[in-house]
Design a protein around this ligand. Structure first.
Ligand SMILES: [Fe+2]
Length: 390
């Protein structure tokens, strides 16, 4: 039969909604992806193995619909080729952030179309191969947190949204909102913003107001409801304990709940001049402790699945004591990614750079732990620039 469209389905998986379905196996596949009801076009349905409309050649049949099932792990570019482009995009995004801060400080408007364009570029890269930007977002400079954090949140929320099958125009609003979610910090004094020690109660009150400023800036920029809410509500918590408005779960959209998770994850894993970044595993643990009162449990699970327990860009030690950076995720076996090894933990010296695919049966090695670069005085940024960029 010829399926003219999917009428009812569960979940977020996107399916090409037109095509011939000729076998029970194909029907089963559709059902397993959540399709509940389809519309049949009787004119195009094939009778007795013959296509009724002879003038048109029969299409490649049977699996045509299930084959086009949306696969969030699909990569249309290799990490090597994508890294060059992703690095350029990331640097451009940083320049844009810097410029926006200067523009606002001098009382001028921000360049809205440039932010939209940047979000576009980041999402395109995420859809080609999310590993490239994910890797760059993990390996960061210590002194540019304010600039890099918003870009990283934008990248991570795009990866997150892609995995949920959220439509592209919505992802664009989410990514743009994420790029500007902390822009209100432009109105917070540097003495508070850059303070390495804990803020006093009064200082924290001032700090909290950045979300209100962000809300106003994004609202004025007319970037849409989703972007505005992400800017204003990313510090709200499901039980109403967040700030600045104290909204509860029913008052917060799914997009805001996603932003809250990503924002905290990136803050926890960030390297700062005065603090060592947490490993992703530790950050996930802390986020889990915050469910369900602060963060949405189901969304957190999807996020962890989307970026992986050992996200690309994470420094890991293998049981062979070799140390390397996770350079490709493995959705079928999340604990067996590909690792670019370059150091030996026991012998404490660099080794020949090599890609080790832990899912390869001939590779007699496995993940031991995520480690911090400080443990071996490794300069990841330097390694990344010299060994990972083509
Ligand atoms: Fe914030």
């Amino acid at each position: 039969m010829y399926v003219a469209g999917v009428i009812k389905q569960t979940g977020h998986i996107k399916i090409k909604s037109q095509g011939w379905v000729k076998t029970q196996k194909s029907i089963d596949k559709l059902v397993s992806t959540g399709v509940l009801e389809v519309e049949i076009d009787p004119d195009k349905t094939i009778q007795n193995g013959q296509q009724q409309q002879q003038q048109q050649p029969p299409p490649p049949i049977d699996e045509s619909i299930p084959e086009t099932v949306f696969n969030p792990w699909h990569k249309s570019a290799s990490i090597e080729s994508e890294l060059t482009q992703a690095t350029k995009l990331y640097d451009e995004a940083k320049t844009l952030q810097q410029k926006a801060f200067v523009d606002l400080q001098s009382g001028g408007p921000i360049n809205i179309s440039a932010f939209k364009e940047t979000a576009h570029g980041l999402i395109d890269s995420v859809f080609r191969n999310q590993d490239a930007l994910a890797c760059i977002a993990r390996i960061r400079e210590k002194d540019t947190y304010l600039l890099e954090h918003s870009i990283n949140v934008s990248i991570l929320i795009s990866i997150f949204a892609k995995h949920m099958g959220i439509e592209r125009p919505i992802i664009e609003q989410m990514a743009t909102g994420a790029l500007l979610h902390d822009i209100g910090k432009v109105h917070i004094p540097d003495s508070i913003l850059q303070k390495p020690s804990q803020l006093t109660k009064d200082e924290f009150e001032v700090m909290k107001s950045h979300a209100k400023y962000s809300f106003d800036i994004v609202l004025q920029a007319q970037l849409g409801k989703i972007a505005t809410e992400i800017a204003g509500y990313h510090h709200e918590r499901l039980d109403g304990s967040g700030y600045p408005y104290g909204y509860k779960t029913d008052e917060l959209s799914q997009y805001v709940k996603m932003a809250a998770i990503v924002d905290v994850y990136d803050a926890l894993t960030a390297e700062r001049i005065y603090k060592v970044g947490m490993t992703p595993v530790k950050a996930f643990k802390i986020l889990k402790e915050g469910t369900p009162h602060h963060y949405d449990t189901e969304l957190l699970n999807i996020f962890i699945n989307a970026i992986g327990v050992y996200p690309v860009g994470t420094l890991v030690k293998l049981t062979s004591q070799r140390v390397g950076i996770v350079c490709a995720s493995n959705p079928e076996a999340p604990l067996k990614p590909t690792v670019k090894v370059f150091y030996h933990a026991k012998h404490m010296h660099y080794v020949e750079v090599k890609d080790v695919d832990l899912s390869n049966k001939r590779v007699d090695d496995s993940l031991e732990a995520a480690i911090k670069p400080e443990e071996f005085s490794l300069d990841l940024l330097k390694f990344f620039r010299h060994s990972m960029l083509p």
